[in-house]
Design a protein around this ligand. Structure first.
Ligand code: CU1
Length: 550
């Protein structure tokens, strides 16, 4: 039987308008405090920046098709990869899963009406919008050529729009902190009666661990960027050695935030994969507690590993060894998750639909991303691989192969819930196939390029690297084609997709216990939770299809 009772009478179904049409007009969206509408608005915004930053990546890869300079000057090339990185990290990946899917799902999964502070949620969205205006301003005036990490002393002296860009990131940080704060309180205070911590869906656990990092780490980035702005505008020497500052200090500050930020980016992806794998293999998740607590463990360890970005900065050998050891330690909770997902699949009644294709793709790409972190965290090997394409390949396997593939998989899994429409599964599988092939062709190649010594951030290169650069560029075009294809059939589904029932996949967490799309206050009556999540009803195979639990 199902995990919860919602005491829904069938008379209710379809009578109350869903959240998309409960209020009408543009104004009703601009001042909404409905977490679902805000999730959709974040979704549209982050996907817009994903597209802009993705187009910048295609320009970068296209320039690299030949060893010579073809389309862009060295200066323009530097601006292209910087804006690609800055927009992807700060306006797409960091808010992607938490602010878009997290906002939409967290209260639904907890059986709540909304987040703890709905108005603060709206404010976070406007702060994010203001930040994006700063960054777009930087993009069209002056550009930015420091790389997304804003390393000093170059960022103190370059003539590009460093202040506008860092101000944008500074402001975006407040949005991230407030969203995190909102989610922490929501998880503590808004759980449905009977939902103890051990009965929370794993996506909620992942979002919770992420929110804690957002609250604790983001202020450090804000202060760091503020110091950089002070140095640039007032000439006070903090990081620039020419003014008596210390550039390595900037790297410590920056990575003290930005390594935990990597887990802000990947932990929500883990949460999505836990949901996708258990629902689409119709099997209770293997290792519920280890998966939940490993998110918390990763959140804690994430604060102790930042020095692995400084192995060649001249820090002491002892410190290097300690950071190397602690970095290896992250592998333990991460491996616990991967093994638990595989154990969940084992013996499951797997439905090979688009969402599951993405979950399977994730298991390969994220594992490659995670495992290639081990050579990088090995002190001696890192000296050889530092600042090469090996690093570029590694973090794209984690950020794209991990977070983005999980995000797209999650969009497919919850698409019927969010929009009330089913997308075309065959089109979905073609898109997943193109994304998977395109991604691996692009970035697997770059491990070999980097290992052979190709440094990153160069617009021209030696002819011996040309073949692999061309393979990588073709992969990027395939990946882009897959993403545009995916956008196309998802939009088409809004127009001519079949109407989705409340629970098309047979999910067992609470969001599947209300209609699709949900009503404005989520549930007709307050849900009560009686059992742990992920108890799947027996599948009636003779009927050709399973019956949703509600
Ligand atoms: Cu790191």
């Amino acid at each position: 039987m199902s995990t919860a009772h919602t005491h829904d009478s069938h008379a209710h179904h379809g009578e109350e308008p869903n959240y998309l049409v409960a209020k009408r007009g543009l104004m009703s969206w601009l001042v909404t405090v409905d977490h679902k509408r805000l999730g959709v608005m974040y979704g549209v915004a982050v996907l817009f920046f994903f597209m802009v930053a993705g187009i910048l990546a295609i320009l970068v890869r296209t320039e690299l098709f030949t060893p010579d300079q073809d389309f862009f000057s060295a200066q323009t090339y530097n601006q292209l990869f910087t804006l690609h990185g800055a927009l992807m990290v700060f306006l797409f990946i960091i808010p992607s899963v938490p602010a878009a899917l997290g906002n939409f799902l967290l209260p639904l999964m907890l059986g709540a009406k909304d987040v703890a502070f709905p108005k603060l949620n709206l404010l976070s969205f406007y702060i994010y919008s203001a930040a994006s205006i700063f960054l777009v301003y930087a993009l069209i005036t002056g550009g930015l050529d420091t790389g997304w990490t804003f390393y000093t002393p170059y960022s103190t002296s370059t003539g590009t729009a460093v202040i506008a860009a860092t101000a944008g990131v500074f402001v975006a940080g407040f949005s991230s902190i407030l969203t995190g704060l909102n989610f922490v309180v929501t998880v503590h205070k808004m759980r449905a009666p009977g939902m103890s911590w051990n009965r929370m869906p794993l996506f909620v656990w992942a979002i919770y661990a992420t929110a804690v990092i957002q609250v604790l780490a983001t202020p450090v980035l804000a202060i760091t960027l503020l110091l950089l702005i002070i140095e640039r505008s007032l000439g006070i020497g903090i990081f620039d050695p020419a003014m008596g500052g210390d550039p390595v200090l900037f790297q410590h500050f920056f990575w003290f935030y930005s390594h935990p930020a990597v887990y802000i980016m990947i932990l929500p992806g883990f949460g999505i994969i836990s949901e996708l794998i258990t629902v689409h293999s119709r099997k209770h998740i293997f290792g519920y507690k280890p998966i939940a607590l490993s998110s918390v463990a990763i959140a804690i360890i994430s604060f102790l590993v930042w020095g692995h970005h400084l192995f060649v900065s001249g820090q002491s050998e002892l410190v290097g060894v300690i950071f190397s050891f602690l970095t290896f330690a992250v592998g333990v909770p991460t491996a616990i998750k991967v093994f638990s997902w595989i154990a969940t699949l084992y013996g499951g009644s797997i439905q090979y639909n688009t969402a599951m294709w993405y979950a399977m793709a994730f298991l390969w790409t994220f594992t490659v991303g995670g495992l290639t972190g081990l050579p990088l965290s090995t002190l001696a090997i890192d000296v050889h691989l530092h600042d090469t394409y090996f690093v570029v390949a590694h973090f794209h396997y984690v950020m794209v192969g991990g977070t983005v593939i999980a995000f797209i998989g999650g969009i497919h899994h919850w698409w019927p819930k969010i929009t009330g429409k089913m997308f075309n599964e065959s089109a979905g599988k073609l898109g997943a196939f193109l994304v998977f092939v395109g991604f691996n062709v692009t970035f697997l190649t770059q491990f070999f390029l980097g290992h052979q010594g190709m440094p990153r951030r160069y617009y021209a290169y030696l002819p011996e690297y040309q073949l692999m650069h061309q393979v990588s560029t073709i992969g990027a075009w395939i990946l882009a084609a897959g993403l545009f294809w995916t956008l196309g059939y998802l939009i088409a589904s809004l127009i001519n997709g079949k109407k989705a029932g409340p629970n098309p996949w047979g999910g067992v967490t609470l969001e599947w216990h209300t209609q699709s799309p949900p009503i404005e206050h989520n549930f007709h009556e307050q849900p009560h939770v009686h059992t742990s999540p992920y108890d799947f009803p027996e599948i009636d195979k003779s009927a050709g299809n399973f019956h949703p639990p509600v």
